[in-house]
Design a protein around this ligand. Structure first.
Ligand SMILES: Cc1cc2nc3c(=O)[nH]c(=O)nc-3n(C[C@H](O)[C@H](O)[C@H](O)COP(=O)(O)OP(=O)(O)OC[C@H]3O[C@@H](n4cnc5c(N)ncnc54)[C@H](O)[C@@H]3O)c2cc1C
Length: 415
């Protein structure tokens, strides 16, 4: 066994690495244990938008009816696969229970706090760590072709404005003048000027490099099989031997419930599978990231490329790359964009978002455990929330006053 670290972190995605960096900055010794390579999970091929605008959770009043309608459509943007999986169905029931206005507003508030804290600190965080990942304070636009859908956003816009999110409404003709990449037929757009974007694979590679440069130990190809709390710390049994730490942070994204089982701990997270296709940059590319609203497809443009990403599919830990879902991305883009794809198709990808049962991240001490901490359940927003999550976990593990109230994220809310 190696010498004991102050903190062992399981999972080398954006959440594990950001937390590791914040802990190193607070003077702790940290080791990250990663089953694959750093950033190989959901942190790799996501859309890279940083979106305080996405404060509203999936657990909205109407989501259940929509999900039932979409159940039989293989290319719907939100889909539950009809399959025998008791854990999935228990989670779905819990999720459905949160789909009411009171919980929606409560979750929106909690998500907004951590999103804003992250967005505010992103530029300084990247600069201090020397990470070049094509970050740009670009804003993000929601683009509409359906009038009722466009007008229907007003309730959410009012709630977002009350939380301090800047929301601008732009009429179709104005928007088409501003954004020549779009086809005719756009009835309007909602702009969130406070949002931003980055290239996620470069971000997570930069986090790994910064973590090592600060003295952190990153052990790749090291799968943690089980975790055991000892009197004064934690031991992890792994494919690369045993490791010990005074504290252990579980940051294994969508895999978190699997590993938590060895501790008899229930972590109500399901993999919400999404897909992306990355291309070289088309000649007529949108000026800023956009969500093609009726199709729930996100379009991100960087100097280095162009990505279409979408879908939220609850199909357990399914590793297949579904052609119907990938084709749906391009089909949707064709409805809105003059050049819907780039000249070279560089990567087709799926990732498992860690979606918690109330769509609020699960951050804090694991109930009934002194040395075990959880940072998971970031759903569609792990990149956006990464910086504030890192700082919060470091504050909590180091016993310092947290920068914002950690209560809404506490794992104890499910105990
Ligand atoms: C299509 C798509 C688009 C998205 N777009 C955005 C976006 O625009 N903006 C945004 O903010 N978020 C976005 N997301 C969500 C974001 O990708 C996730 O919330 C985030 O990556 C979660 O980070 P994580 O570190 O918790 O998980 P992951 O990146 O999945 O990392 C978990 C790590 O744990 C490791 N691991 C698992 N089990 C073990 C074990 N037993 N032992 C050791 N290691 C283990 C895995 O190998 C993995 O590397 C998107 C996701 C998808 C799928």
């Amino acid at each position: 066994m190696s010498a004991r670290d102050d903190v062992l972190i399981v999972g080398g995605g954006v959440i594990g690495l950001a937390s590791g960096i914040a802990l190193l900055q607070a003077g702790r010794s940290v080791r990250v244990l990663e089953a694959g390579t750093a950033g190989c999970g959901s942190s790799h091929g996501n859309c890279g938008t940083i979106t305080p605008s996405h404060a509203a959770p999936l657990t909205a009043p109407g989501t259940v009816a929509k999900a039932l309608r979409w159940m039989l459509m293989p290319d719907a943007p939100f889909r539950v696969s009809p399959r025998v999986d008791p854990a999935l169905w228990r989670w779905m029931l819990g999720f459905a229970g949160h789909c009411n206005r009171t919980d929606w507003l409560r979750a929106m508030h909690a998500r907004s706090t951590i999103l804003e804290a992250s967005r505010d600190t992103f530029p300084a965080w990247l600069e201090t760590l020397g990470i070049d990942c094509e970050f740009e304070a670009s804003g993000v636009d929601y683009v509409y072709r359906d009038r009722a859908d466009f007008d229907g956003f007003e309730d959410e816009a009012t709630q977002l404005r009350a939380l301090g999110v800047a929301v601008e409404r732009i009429d179709g003709p104005d928007y088409l003048r501003q954004e020549p990449a779009l086809r005719e037929g756009v009835v309007g757009a909602i702009r969130f000027p406070g949002d931003a974007r980055l290239r996620p694979d470069r971000y997570v590679a930069g986090l790994a490099q910064a973590f090592r440069a600060l003295g952190g130990q990153l052990v790749e190809h090291c799968e943690v099989h089980s975790i055991e709390e000892t009197g004064d710390g934690v031991r992890a049994a792994t494919s690369a031997g045993a490791f010990a730490g005074r504290d252990l942070l579980l940051a294994t994204g969508a895999w978190s419930p699997l590993l938590a089982k060895s501790l008899r701990l229930r972590v109500p997270v399901q993999p919400g599978k999404g897909y992306s296709i990355t291309y070289s940059r088309p000649a007529i590319a949108p000026r800023r990231p956009m969500v093609l609203h009726e199709r729930s497809v996100c379009v991100t443009v960087w100097d280095s490329g162009f990505r279409l990403g979408s879908t939220m599919e609850f199909s357990g830990y399914d590793r297949s790359l579904n052609r119907v879902r990938l084709d749906a991305l391009e089909r949707s883009a064709r409805e809105y964009l003059i050049e819907p794809v780039g000249p070279v198709r560089e990567e087709e990808w799926y990732g498992w978002r860690p979606v918690s049962v109330d769509d609020v991240p699960i951050l804090g001490r694991a109930p009934g455990h002194r040395h075990l901490w959880l940072a998971t359940g970031h759903g569609m927003l792990g990149v956006s929330m990464s910086v504030a999550t890192g700082h919060l976990m470091s504050d909590l593990i180091c016993g310092r006053a947290p920068r914002f109230d950690p209560a809404p994220y506490a794992p104890a809310r499910f105990a």
